[in-house]
Every structure is written in structure tokens, then in C-alpha cells.
Design a protein around this ligand. Structure first.
Ligand code: F0G
Length: 351
């Protein structure tokens, strides 16, 4: 009877919904804010992880999708479309099913993680693999929604941002105030836009006394905001943020500048190091793109840019099971043993 009701019911008065909005929900949000002991020791700060992989489809996209699909249904849409590096499409596919709508998804060919493709498939989405990158997929999705009866549910749809801002509310509600710094990965730049909006609203209404500095991190091979120019052929192991021309570019710059924050880059090596640290030392299994936030925090700490004693929240955006290839790659093969306790004990180093 006390189950979390999903972000629309929990934050109804702060979202653009009315009594006549049909709420399409999988009870997203209410995700864990986990104290990160090793990261705290390394930085001399109080670091928390906002574990968005705990959402129903395994990423933060569900917060925006419950809003986008509910509003599309309210407006009478029968079909929705999105471009995606995988998580948005997984979420659109699931929420589409709940709403009884057709979901069409456009993904860059060969560049989305298997788990995400599996989600879109099992939920029965109509999938097109586009011969191009995410930016091409988004161009195509916009053209289709402009000219055909299908609603766009990418984060260029402002209600997606409205849903996603609730993660900032949850953090303030848990901590009692905003943190000093909020760190997150940046791809299409919708999420940094959304968090900043959420933090601003709570501060403006006096729910919090302050706003955090917003720190965003892009992957080095896909860092248009850092470079100040579109990246034509983005590349990174973190396929979720393999984006060369972010739709919310200007909003990300505003979040950075208004908050006194920063947008920087991390290499694939730094991303994978943070990915392994999170799994092996914090017990939190995330997908590579998610580790960009933590990689960025560690990089900043190594550069002496993190004053000790601060309260820091890193959003880890997606579940590690989405893209398990990186967990398996390079790890030793498990040994095979007979059904024999003595041998097993020896192999486990118990004797
Ligand atoms: N982390 C993950 C796991 C993502 O899937 C994404 C974006 C991001 C971070 C970056 O967030 O785009 O708001 O800056 N994934 C989108 C998708 C592009 O299609 O699933 P952003």
C-alpha cells in the first residue's frame, strides 16, 4: 500500500498534467541514492550515486517517457517515434505497450548495445536501423513526426525534460538540500538540462536553499560541446553518448554557465576504469556511458579541482546489464570443477 507511485503521481503539482491526463506509468523514479564510500575516500568529499539503472526499463529515460507517452495519449496520438542510442527506444517501447500505442524507433546501425535492442524487440517496437549515426536518426525522426501522424518522444519534446527534472527533486528531498556539485554524463544534453531545471525550480520555490554546480562529461571521441563544434563522426565505447550534435546544446551551456559549472571530456580508458571501479568497489553495475560521470569526478579530483568536504551527487544513468560485453571482455574465464567440495574449496582459495 505504500509503493512509490511513479513520478507523475509523486510530483503531480510540479508537472504539466491535469486530471484528464491518462497516467501511463511503470512506477519509475524513486531510485536509490547510494553513498559511495570509495569515491568519497578518493575525493575527500561526501559522494552519492543516483542509481538510475534501477528504473523499470533500466535507465533514467523512464522519467521522461512516462510524461511523453501520457501526454501523447492525452492528445490522441496512436503512434510515437524516437531516435535513440538504445535507452530511449527501450523505454518508448515499454511505455508504448502500456499505452496501447505503436512505438517506432530509429537506431544507428550496429551501434546500440544488445540488451537495449532486446528490449525494443521484446516489447514489440517497430525498429529501423538507420545507415547513419544518432544525429542522423534524430533528423529522420523529426522529419517523420513533422510530416506523418506520429508523435516525437525524444528529449526535444519539452515534456520529457519535465519528467526527467524529478530526479533533482528526489535528491533534494533525500538530502534535505541541493548538493554542492552534480555530475552527469552528457550525450544529447537533455538530462543536464532537466536536472538544472529541477534544481532551479526547487530553489526558486524555497524548497532548497541553493543550487549545485553542474558538471557534465562527454566522451572524448564525442565531445562537441567541449570542442565547440559539431563532431561529424562521433566515436566512443560508451555508445549511449555517441552523439556529435546534441539537440539541447544551448541548454547545456546555460546549465554550465548559470551554475558556475563545467563541461569537460573523459577518454574511453577513463570511462572503463570508472566502470570497473564502480562495479568492483562500490557494488554498482552501470553501463559504460553512465561511468562517464564518475570518470569525470575522478579526473577533476586528480587535477585538484575538487575541494574536500563537499557534497557531490553523480548520476549513473543506466544499468550494466544493458551492455554486458564490457563486463565480460578481458575478464578471466571461470574455471570448471567436478562436483567435489575439496577441489572446489581449493579452487576458491579456501584452503
Ligand atoms: N547515459 C545513458 C545511459 C544514456 O542512454 C544517455 C542518452 C545519456 C547518458 C546521455 O543523456 O542524452 O540526456 O545527455 N541516451 C539517449 C538514448 C541519447 O537514445 O537513449 P542525454
Amino acid at each position: 500500500t505504500h509503493q512509490w507511485r511513479g513520478i507523475i503521481e509523486e510530483y503531480r503539482d510540479r508537472l504539466p498534467v491535469s486530471d484528464s491526463t491518462p497516467v501511463v506509468t511503470l512506477r519509475e523514479g524513486g531510485t536509490p541514492l547510494v553513498p559511495a564510500q570509495v569515491l568519497s575516500e578518493r575525493t575527500g568529499c561526501e559522494v552519492h550515486l543516483k542509481v538510475e539503472g534501477a528504473n523499470p526499463t533500466g535507465s533514467f529515460k523512464d522519467r521522461g517517457m512516462t510524461m511523453a507517452i501520457s501526454k501523447a495519449k492525452e492528445e490522441g496520438a496512436q503512434a510515437v517515434i524516437c531516435a535513440s542510442t538504445g535507452n530511449t527506444s527501450a523505454s518508448a517501447a515499454a511505455y508504448g505497450v502500456r499505452a496501447g500505442m505503436v512505438s517506432a524507433v530509429l537506431v544507428p546501425q550496429g551501434k546500440i548495445a544488445l540488451g537495449k535492442m532486446g528490449q525494443a524487440l521484446v516489447h514489440g517496437a517497430k525498429i529501423l536501423q538507420v545507415d547513419g549515426n544518432f544525429d542522423d536518426c534524430l533528423t529522420l525522426a523529426r522529419a517523420l513526426s513533422d510530416n506523418y501522424p506520429v508523435a516525437l518522444v525524444n528529449s526535444v519534446n519539452p515534456v520529457r525534460i519535465e519528467g526527467q527534472k524529478t530526479a533533482a527533486f528526489e535528491i533534494v528531498d533525500m538530502l534535505g538540500d541541493a548538493p554542492d556539485i552534480h555530475v552527469l554524463p552528457v550525450g544529447n544534453a537533455g538530462n543536464i538540462t532537466a536536472y538544472w531545471k529541477g534544481y532551479r525550480e526547487y530553489a526558486d520555490d524555497g524548497v532548497s536553499t541553493r543550487k549545485p554546480r553542474m558538471w557534465g562529461f562527454q566522451a572524448s571521441g564525442s565531445a562537441p560541446i567541449v570542442r565547440g563544434e559539431v563532431v561529424k563522426d562521433p566515436s566512443t565505447v560508451a555508445t549511449a553518448i555517441r552523439i556529435g550534435n546534441p539537440a539541447s546544446w544551448n541548454f547545456a551551456l546555460a546549465a554550465r554557465d548559470e551554475s558556475g559549472g563545467a563541461i569537460d571530456e573523459v577518454t574511453d580508458r577513463e570511462i572503463l576504469r570508472a566502470y570497473r571501479l564502480l562495479a568492483s568497489q562500490e557494488g554498482v553495475f552501470v553501463e559504460p556511458a553512465s561511468a562517464a560521470s564518475v570518470a569525470g569526478l575522478l579526473k577533476a579530483a586528480e587535477q585538484g579541482k575538487v575541494d574536500p568536504g563537499q557534497r557531490i551527487v553523480c548520476t549513473v544513468t543506466g544499468n550494466g546489464l544493458k551492455d554486458p560485453d564490457w563486463a565480460v571482455a578481458g575478464a578471466p574465464q571461470p574455471v570448471t570443477v567436478p562436483v567435489d567440495a575439496a577441489t572446489a574449496a581449493e579452487r576458491l582459495g579456501l584452503v
